[in-house]
Design a protein. Structure first.
Length: 84
């Protein structure tokens, strides 16, 4: 199964860059028909993870993927599943 990975550790404090990267990787997953996207906001205070989840919950983004899964074993990881 093809998988994409986006690690947000390097840009955690650059709001504009975070949204651009999330948009870019979602579009790449759709274009390449990737089944799974792993987003790593890191553990930290949880603010970045909340921001990523808010981004994914936008109506225009939500229509592009099938479901979101928060990793039970690693709270600093989010999986986005696509159904193409």
């Amino acid at each position: 199964m093809a998988k994409l990975k986006l690690d947000l550790h390097d840009i955690y404090n650059r709001g504009d860059k975070i949204e651009n990267e999330l948009n870019r990787v979602i579009q790449e997953a759709v274009e390449k028909r990737i089944k799974l996207l792993e987003i790593i906001p890191g553990k930290g205070s949880g603010q970045l993870k909340k921001r990523v989840l808010r981004f994914l919950n936008q109506k225009n983004i939500r229509s592009l993927y099938h479901r979101v899964e928060k990793d039970d074993k690693n709270h600093g990881r989010i999986f986005v599943h696509f159904r193409h």
